[in-house]
Design a protein around this ligand. Structure first.
Ligand code: UTP
Length: 291
């Protein structure tokens, strides 16, 4: 069934503590960590815009003001760049600017879990479908991952999550889908379980940090039920939508780097540098020196 409402909103939960990156995240938000020269949050916003998203809600916490400032006009910086004739840098900043009023923030005072973070954005979501992007999952792909989901939403008119196959022995770290029929890149989702024991996992298809959900998920989240790790899990409320609304996984076409993890973050630096003509020769030299 084709989608009834266009997908224009995205929620970016950025209220996590980022404990795996301490001490870097003692003062600075994890989502400000740069890959090559761009912060994770900016990759996520650019990915969403490439999928037609126009309104953003950052779910923030203590010490996350910088994330919003990243999308503000830096008046003094621009003046200095103008005085110094740095037109290339000015053009880059202008190209990245968002239209006024396109970002709002809401606060998750205590990080009670991803599901709770999404519930904190309920006024922004209202009655509209919305995308979720977890900025610490960094995507490298030809067609933006959010665009891949938006296309699936337009086709099915329901919930869609990006899924990826992982080795069976690590499924217990992720939300896992119980897959039904597969058509092309689209897998029907018959069930969802967060961090299952390996022997009980329904498959090795795991949900990665990109979603398009229907607003009805908020009703389930508002029950505040605790799940795996005693957190209010998004997966548990998504699972309750299955049966009453279409729910599909999109077999994501591209590479994903878990930048919430040190090894994943370092690999992203290498992969993104190698993909850039201005950085690739230097990165190849570095890799040779350390082989
Ligand atoms: P993570 O599981 O990576 O948690 O959250 P974290 O706190 O950011 O990092 P570690 O594990 O302590 O190192 C996944 C995403 O969900 C957001 C995070 O900001 C991140 O984008 N999140 C998580 C919230 O916004 N609120 C929460 O209560 C939990």
């Amino acid at each position: 069934m084709p989608a009834k409402k266009p997908l224009k909103k995205a929620v970016l939960p950025v209220a996590g503590l980022g404990t795996r990156f301490l001490p870097a995240t003692k003062v600075m938000a994890k989502e400000m960590l740069p890959v090559v020269d761009k912060p994770l949050i900016q990759y996520a916003v650019e990915e969403a815009r490439a999928a037609g998203i126009e309104q953003f809600c950052f779910v923030t916490g203590r010490g996350k003001v910088m994330l919003v400032d990243q999308f503000d006009v830096a008046v003094e910086l621009e003046r200095t760049l103008t005085e110094r004739g740095k037109q290339k840098e000015l053009d880059m900043l202008h190209a990245q600017a968002l239209p006024p009023g396109s970002i709002i923030t809401t606060r998750q005072q205590v990080p009670l879990g991803l599901g709770h973070a999404i519930w904190c954005a309920r006024a922004f979501i209202a009655d509209d479908p919305f995308a979720i992007l977890l900025p610490d999952d960094l995507m490298q792909c030809e067609v933006s991952c959010t665009r891949q989901l938006a296309d699936a939403y337009n086709e099915t008119g329901g919930n869609v999550v990006a899924v990826e196959e992982v080795p069976r022995e690590i499924v217990n770290r992720y939300g896992v889908i119980d897959p039904g029929a597969t058509t092309g890149n689209l897998v029907e989702v018959k069930g969802l379980v967060e961090k299952p024991p390996i022997e009980k996992a329904p498959s090795n298809l795991t949900v990665i940090g990109r979603y398009v959900l229907m607003p009805e998920v908020i009703g389930h989240l508002s029950k505040m039920e605790r799940g795996a790790g005693n957190e209010i899990q998004l997966t548990d409320s998504m699972a309750k939508l299955i049966g009453s609304q279409p729910f599909h996984g999109v077999l994501y076409q591209g590479r994903r780097f878990d930048c919430g993890d040190k090894a994943g973050y370092l690999e992203a630096q290498v992969a993104f540098a190698l993909a850039r003509p201005d950085m690739a020769p230097a990165m190849r030299e570095i890799l040779k020196r350390h082989a």
